[in-house]
Design a protein around this ligand. Structure first.
Ligand code: HEC
Length: 150
């Protein structure tokens, strides 16, 4: 006897197929969610101080000279890893002090060396910048950009 696509069979295929793909959709959604949460690149919490540091970074157009994680201008060193290079990536107070010292001593006035302008920033702003740079430093960029020397 030949197979006949009866109305009942067509309906079963329709409902069965719908349920099957809804289940696949839910499973893939759950898998994507888990992947995003598990592979978060953030290494430090996004605090208000970090957000303020980003605002200070933007207001003063630091990116016009610097790169941050490889994005920006190539006049001045990459700063996404500066806290590691300075040895203060895990030391908020040390990061603030060394950054404050750096900001205060610019421009260096050393002949033949690229100069960084002097920025009139408050202590709060420099603390926030230090936290922003530490936050950026702790972000997992899978080694990008590959500059160790700065
Ligand atoms: C006009 C260009 C310019 C701007 C704008 C600028 N910088 Fe710089 N920055 C430089 C130069 C040039 C150096 C390297 C100076 C040197 O090594 O003597 C530097 C160095 C630094 C360093 C040390 C990097 C290292 O690897 O030693 C930090 C940190 C830094 N800048 C932060 C900032 C921040 C934060 C801002 C914004 C508030 C900023 N810079 C804006 C030019 C600039």
């Amino acid at each position: 006897m030949a197979e006949i696509l009866t109305k009942a069979r067509a309906r079963n295929i329709f409902y069965g197929g719908s349920v099957f793909f809804v289940v696949v959709f839910i499973a893939l959604t759950a898998q994507s969610h888990k992947y995003i949460v598990d592979t978060s690149t953030a290494g430090l919490p996004l605090t208000e101080q970090v957000a303020l540091g980003k605002a200070v970074w933007e207001r003063n157009s630091c990116i016009n000279c610097h790169t941050l994680h490889g994005e920006g201008a190539y006049f001045a060193p990459e700063v996404g890893n500066v806290m590691t290079r300075w040895g203060v990536a895990d030391d908020p107070e040390g990061a603030f002090e060394i950054l404050q010292g750096w900001m205060e001593s610019q421009p260096s006035g050393i002949e033949g060396r690229r100069q960084m302008p002097h920025f009139e920033l408050t202590e709060e702003e420099i603390r926030a910048l230090a936290e922003f740079l530490r936050w950026a430093d702790h972000t997992d960029t899978q080694g990008w950009p590959p500059n160790e020397a700065g």
